[in-house]
Design a protein around this ligand. Sequence first.
Ligand code: FE2
Ligand code: FE2
Length: 158
Amino acid sequence: MTSIYDAIAADHDKHRKLLDTIAETSGDTPERREAWAAFYTDIKSHSAAEEETFYSKLMSETWGQDAARHSVHEHAEIDEILEELNGMDMASPGWLTRFKTMKHDYEHHMEEEEDEVFARARKVIGKEQNDSFGKAFLDRKKTEMGLVEEKKEDHLAD
Ligand SMILES: [Fe+2]
Ligand SMILES: [Fe+2]
């Protein structure tokens, strides 16, 4: 059994590591490509699963609404930069500058989720529901990963 908080935080730790790996690589190399592809798929499905299972619950209660809206808005902003980066040449200096902006913003986003948002969520999601929300999140994330991969393949086929 994994609580919703542990499930989200475990993903964040994975994302922090991938961000560092990408920042340490340079140019259009297999290492950077691989870390970027892993990060892209994981953050997209993570954020979608958060919205579907975690933030939707927070939004349903007054106490969680503001924090949830703020986070979902940040998801959209980060997603925009992700798509921008996907369309750019990773060997260009512009790519790294944009990547660093996204890394900074997303690290701040994760920190905020783990501190402020989790504190609010603990007042909305009863302790006895921690594991069922964790399971819903993980199930949803799996589905979302499939959808992200499908989209990538469609894109390549175009
Ligand atoms: Fe998030
Ligand atoms: Fe998150």
